[in-house]
Write a protein that binds this ligand. Structure first.
Ligand code: HEC
Ligand code: HEC
Length: 353
């Protein structure tokens, strides 16, 4: 077997031909196992724990895939989730702010979607506490799809494809917002990306998978550049929402805008660095066009006097993070090794035929 993260098609075909669960006197959707590479199965930080009321199933994920590409979710039928979350950019968008309904643009940079099965909160300001809750928002958000749930559900019910798919995924053909959100969340949980050149070097011990400059960059990342303090492997993100000192005055308060608490000002979700080479522009407001600009920020421009600067930024406050021009190039070279080209081209995530 290859080290591809998710291989679901085979189970789908077998289930469709034989209905094994039905023969055994049990009806209902077929449980779907995410197939992780061997090293990831051994990593206890990657244990998967799905919500008990929305287990991952073949039929649920397949429905979610169709819904993710469904323009009927938007008010005028012009946008699907995939209009802003583009597969080839790890489901991010190359625009700083994505075009939504009626010429409006999103207020923040579109986030990439991968490895969300392991996250505990969603959005740049961490306002949704599950993927199920997250999925409710874009459909009705006025800058995004600007729909009403009652209309969306009526539209799906009139489309001959959907009632049988809802029945297969959830037991009967009722279509409601909760089921749409559940199916979308299931599909998103199948988006696993753990097969980059870094993984082959680090976990599979393929010593020729990285070049010398990339190895120097990796060593910096893990030591005196302090990147690893927040962007922790294997996912290269952290389960924190924090202020890295981007601004002296916040135009977007991030988590603080939601909670109203002054010490939350400027806090944002710690983004994953996997596939980072394809998710430009960077940061919650897409202010940096290139990885070089991001690294220059960490080297030169961290606003260390920010009263809400996170404690993980102490090395910056103490002036200990010094990066030469060569260091910066090496770091960028390393970041580019986190690209998982198989994930970016995996036909399982494209629009269903
Ligand atoms: C008009 C563009 C647009 C559309 C359409 C859109 N999104 Fe998003 N998505 C965004 C933006 C922008 C963010 C970040 C918003 C924020 O943090 O305030 C985001 C964030 C997310 C996140 C959070 C990821 C994380 O790491 O926390 C998920 C999950 C997501 N979107 C899924 C979806 C789904 C599912 C749909 C379809 C129902 C969808 N999006 C439709 C632009 C869009
Ligand atoms: C204190 C924790 C912390 C440290 C240390 C840190 N980061 Fe970050 N990083 C974050 C957070 C939080 C964000 C999102 C900030 C935002 O958008 O406002 C982020 C965003 C990024 C992004 C943009 C991600 C995207 O999808 O837009 C890159 C690239 C990045 N960091 C690279 C690095 C590198 C390289 C280092 C080491 C020099 C580093 N980070 C050190 C917390 C940290």
């Amino acid at each position: 077997m290859t080290h591809r993260a998710v291989l679901v098609a085979i189970t789908l075909i077998i289930a469709a031909c034989h209905h094994p669960s039905k023969q055994a006197g049990r009806s209902g959707p077929t449980p779907l196992q995410l197939e992780l590479p061997g090293w990831a199965i051994a990593d206890t930080s990657l244990r998967l724990d799905f919500p008990y009321d929305n287990p991952l199933t073949v039929e649920g994920a397949a429905l979610g895939r169709l819904l993710f590409h469904e323009k009927a979710l938007s008010a005028d039928g012009s946008l699907s989730c995939a209009s802003c979350h583009l597969h080839r950019f790890a489901f991010a968008d190359s625009a700083r702010f994505s075009p939504g309904m009626k010429g409006m643009r999103t207020a923040r940079n579109t986030m990439p979607l991968m490895n969300l099965a392991w996250d505990h909160f969603f959005f740049w300001d961490a306002r949704a506490l599950s993927l199920e809750l997250q999925a409710f928002e874009p459909v009705t958000a006025h800058r995004e799809m600007a729909s009403r749930w009652s209309e969306v559900c009526a539209r799906l019910a009139q489309d001959k494809r959907y009632p049988p798919l809802f029945a297969a995924a959830f037991g009967d053909d009722r279509i409601d917002s909760l089921r749409v959100a559940f199916a979308l969340a299931q599909f998103e949980r199948t988006m696993v990306s753990l097969d980059s050149r870094f993984d082959r070097y680090f976990y599979l011990k393929q010593r020729d998978a990285l070049r010398p400059q990339e190895i120097r960059g990796k060593d910096l990342f893990f030591t005196r550049a302090h990147c690893v303090d927040c962007h922790e492997p294997p996912l290269f993100k952290g389960h924190h929402v924090l202020n890295i000192g981007l601004d002296s005055a916040h135009t977007d308060l991030g988590m603080g805008g939601r909670t109203g608490l002054p010490w939350h000002a400027g806090r944002f979700k710690t983004a994953s660095l996997r596939n980072i080479a394809v998710t430009a522009p960077y940061m919650h407001d897409g202010r940096f066009a290139t990885l070089e600009e991001v690294v220059d920020f960490y080297a030169d421009d961290v606003f260390t006097a920010s009263p809400t600067l996170d404690e993980h930024m102490l090395p910056w406050r103490k002036g200990e993070v010094r990066l030469s021009m060569q260091d910066r190039m090496d770091l960028v070279a390393f970041l580019r090794t986190l690209t998982d080209s198989a994930f970016l081209a995996d036909p399982l995530f494209g629009p269903p035929e």
